[in-house]
Unconditional design. Structure first.
Length: 239
C-alpha cells in the first residue's frame, strides 16, 4: 500500500513557490513513481534524520518541534516551542509506544501540593488525544522498512506538481490527491519536506528533514520520569 495511507490525518496545503518550465500537475512518470516508491524506505535505510515540524492546531495554537529521529529504533527527541495550553512543555521524547514530555514547572507545581515530581512525564502514546503525539506519529510515518509499490503509486493518482528551489536545493514536488505533498531532491529519492493538513483544512503540518543518517537518541533515565498516573491531577494545573 502506498505510504500515504499511513498519513491520512493530513491534506494538502496551499503553497507558493518558484515557477517551473514545465507546467503541472500531471501524472507521475514510471521513473518518478520509482523514486517515490524508494523515498520512505530510503529514510528508514538511512537510520534517522534531523527534523523540524511546524504545525497549527484547529484552536489556533502553534507548535514547533526541532530535534532528531531514529527511524530504525523508533525513538526521537525534540525541543518544543508552543503557545496556549501547550506552552507548559519544552521538550518531548519517545521510544516505541511511550512518550515522555518535559514540563519544567512541574516540580514546583507538585511542591505546592506537598508532593514530589520529576519534570519528565511518561505515558502511552495517544495521537488521538495529544497534539504532540500526533506530530510524533507524522514524523515516524515518513519512514518505512519496505519499499512501496510504484505501480500502486501511479494507480492512486499521485501527480508531479512542479519544481521548487526555495530551500536552495532543487526539488520535485509530488502531490497525493488532496492530502499530501512531498518534496524529493531533484532526480533523486531523498525526501526533503512533507506538507499536509487535516480534512477540515485547519491543521497545517510541515516537516522538514535534513542530514539523513544514523541517530543515537539520548532518552531521559527512569529516575527522571514521573508516570502520568501519579501526577495527572497536578499536571492539569499547568497545562
Amino acid at each position: 500500500m502506498i505510504r500515504i495511507g499511513a498519513l491520512a490525518v493530513v491534506a494538502a496545503l496551499t503553497l507558493v513557490a518558484c515557477s517551473s518550465a514545465e507546467e503541472g500537475p500531471r501524472p507521475v512518470t514510471n521513473d518518478e513513481a520509482d523514486r517515490i516508491a524508494d523515498t520512505f524506505f530510503e529514510n528508514f535505510d538511512a537510520g534517522g534524520a534531523g527534523f523540524v515540524v511546524r504545525a497549527v492546531m484547529p484552536d489556533g495554537q502553534s507548535i514547533t518541534l526541532d530535534g532528531d529521529v531514529d527511524f530504525v529504533g523508533g525513538a526521537g527527541r525534540a525541543l518544543v516551542q508552543a503557545d496556549g495550553d501547550l506552552a507548559a512543555a519544552d521538550e518531548v521524547a519517545w521510544l516505541g509506544d511511550s512518550v515522555l514530555v518535559h514540563y519544567p514547572g512541574l516540580p514546583d507545581a507538585a511542591a505546592t501540593f506537598s508532593r514530589d515530581a520529576q519534570p519528565w512525564v511518561g505515558r502511552p502514546a495517544d495521537p488521538a488525544t495529544y497534539d504532540l503525539d500526533s506530530l510524533v506519529a507524522v514524523v515516524m510515518a515518513l519512514a518505512a522498512p519496505q519499499r512501496e509499490n510504484s505501480l500502486l503509486i501511479q494507480q492512486n493518482g499521485v501527480q508531479w506538481l512542479r519544481t521548487d528551489d526555495s530551500s536552495g536545493v532543487e526539488a520535485d514536488v509530488f502531490q497525493y490527491g488532496d492530502a499530501t505533498r512531498v518534496w524529493l531532491e531533484a532526480d533523486g529519492i531523498m525526501m526533503m519536506r512533507f506538507e499536509g493538513n487535516n480534512s477540515d483544512g485547519d491543521r497545517p503540518v510541515v516537516v522538514e528533514l535534513a542530514d539523513q543518517g544514523p541517530r543515537d537518541i539520548d532518552l531521559p533515565a527512569t529516575p527522571e520520569v514521573t508516570s502520568i498516573q501519579d501526577i495527572s491531577d497536578i499536571l492539569v494545573t499547568i497545562e
